[in-house]
Design a protein around this ligand. Sequence first.
Ligand SMILES: Cc1cc2nc3c(=O)[nH]c(=O)nc-3n(C[C@H](O)[C@H](O)[C@H](O)COP(=O)(O)O)c2cc1C
Length: 414
Amino acid sequence: MKLENPWKQNPWFESVAVAQRRARKRLPAPVYGALVAGSERGQTIDDNEAAFRELGFAPHVAGQQAERSMATTVLDQEISLPVLISPTGVQAVHPGGEVAVARAAATRGTIMGLSNFASKSVEEVTATGAATFFQMYWTGDRDVVVQRMQRAHAAGAVGLIATLDWSFSMGRDWGSPEIPEKVDLKTMVRMAPKVVTKPRWLYEFGRSGQLPDLTAPNLAPQGADGKLGSAPTFFMAYYEWMTTPPPSWEDVAWMREQWAQISGTPFVLKGVCRVDDALRARDAGVSGLSVSNHGGNNLDGTPAAIRMVKPIADAVGHDLDVVMDGGIRRGSDVVKAVALGARAVMIGRAYLWGLAANGQAGVENVLDVLRGGIDSALMGLGVSSVDELTPDHVLVPAGFHRALGADATEVAGP
Ligand SMILES: Cc1cc2nc3c(=O)[nH]c(=O)nc-3n(C[C@H](O)[C@H](O)[C@H](O)COP(=O)(O)O)c2cc1C
């Protein structure tokens, strides 16, 4: 008879907070620090989560619905719960990387957002069968942008996310983690004190037979013969991005038009904070937008994403799909966001903690935790579907919403 160790840690976790604690324990400090991220004094990253705590519910005691559904349609995709995977560069978290995340998205019936800076190629990710939205920054010249779109479309991407909210505001009061240029043996030896105390993380990479890959394969240049060159390092890619002049609203309209011609699938503008920008995005013809402050990693002092959802949804929610991201850590957060007008939310750190804690199963675990929380909230509120949620289902304190740029009566130029 095989004796099971009764004290062995159950790999399943009951909340995103537990996944985060496991990620912190398992990952080398610089890798964990890169996931926490944030910028400047951390005001926005803190508010993203804190704002959800200001919102409440008024549950019923009886008369709840026995059958509850959280399936919905967003950006032309039917999804089994209103939670999408937001694109993140998940370098060095787990050898499965974005492929593991995409498999989890596919098994749980939702959309996978794949970052420009991802460690796995768009071809490997779409091969999982996940409905993949390819994310692009405004980086490189127009020919390069088109070439990257064509590659994503050829790989089978079913949507494009343009993330344009980046102001290179990087200094952090708590200090930034070191990111090596590339992870070779020399770097491993130098960083060894931070790594040797994390045996499980090392073990996972050792088992996969590879060192963490700090390159961006989706930004590989294409030669005249159509063949892809070698992937740039993370830093080369970042340099290209930093030195590209920022996009105008004409560039947004141009990007949308190019994607429409290449693919005809939805085009999402990620990083919208202001009502006037939401109106401009609508006029540029986008199919959807994400109300987002880049998880508190962009301009510090931007309000929590959840504070900006209702004013933007009220302005453009009838014309396009409004989603939001930032601070989602439990199912009830999802319900609050949907009730205030989002069609769905996107998650970033929550699934990164899950990936670090337990690979693909950890990401599935996070989606299951959110699913369970959404279901409980729907039950308490006495509704049978996420589509029935309205702002009246949430207790909102006075002064909660932030209608940024709402005074503009007409849309002026950039
Ligand atoms: C480590 C990290 C890397 C990220 N990389 C990208 C990226 O490459 N592209 C992008 O559009 N957003 C990126 N984001 C932002 C996320 O897509 C998302 O907006 C944010 O994480 C949502 O906040 P949350 O982490 O509180 O859920 C990143 C976020 C984190 C934490």
